[in-house]
Design a protein around this ligand. Structure first.
Ligand SMILES: Cc1cc2nc3c(=O)[nH]c(=O)nc-3n(C[C@H](O)[C@H](O)[C@H](O)COP(=O)(O)O)c2cc1C
Length: 177
């Protein structure tokens, strides 16, 4: 088997195309600067550790939102629901009024919890690690909750989709739905 010497041998487009086959959840990371809500969308949110309770996400080093999240030193990770594709598009757009038409309430740690999400995790930043062209932001969980019974918004092969459990499909076929 031919082993590549470095990842730099791959075209960025090819990396994106292949890695896009790994589905990700769509998460709005939020914080506040003064009274102003701040947010961005990531597909790189993951749980890290149960004891201590840690989660993480990765941010491009060119992100204009990252410095504000780091300055705040805290964030809330909101798992978007399948009916919130519009919110994902708005909150991932440079220069957009990212919170326009978005209802939210303040978490215990002063981060926006968005209305209508599936679940949220409220964190204090534990550490950041520079990794290639991204920063890994690790958060220590201060509070968390399931917010609704909605299905999650997923990102796969460059498009948005919905999650349906095989159990639900079996039930639907059994009931003739
Ligand atoms: C589905 C999806 C997943 C994304 N995942 C990430 C991610 O994990 N890390 C990241 O830095 N940007 C990610 N982005 C891009 C950012 O949402 C957005 O482009 C970026 O925040 C640009 O604005 P900023 O300069 O304010 O950060 C993703 C965008 C989308 C639509």
């Amino acid at each position: 088997m031919n082993e590549p010497d470095t990842v730099a041998e791959f075209e960025a487009r090819y990396l994106r195309d292949v890695l896009g086959n790994f589905p990700t959840s769509v998460v709005a990371v939020t914080t506040t600067m003064g009274d102003e809500p701040v947010g961005m969308v990531v597909g790189s949110f993951t749980s890290v550790s149960l004891d201590p309770p840690l989660v993480s996400f990765l941010v491009d080093r060119s992100s204009s939102t990252l410095p504000r999240i780091l300055e705040a030193g805290r964030f809330c990770a909101n798992a978007l629901a399948s009916d919130q594709e519009w919110l994902c598009r708005q909150m991932s757009k440079k220069g957009a009024a990212r919170f326009e038409g978005v209802a939210w309430e303040m978490s215990r740690h002063q981060n926006p919890i968005l209305e209508g999400v599936v679940a949220w995790v409220d964190c204090a930043i534990d550490k950041t690690v520079e990794l290639g062209d991204h920063f890994l932001v690790v958060g220590r969980i201060g509070d968390l909750n399931v917010a609704s019974v909605k299905r999650p918004l997923l990102f796969f092969r460059g498009g948005y989709g919905d999650y349906t459990s095989t159990a639900q499909l079996l039930l639907d076929s059994h009931l003739g739905r």
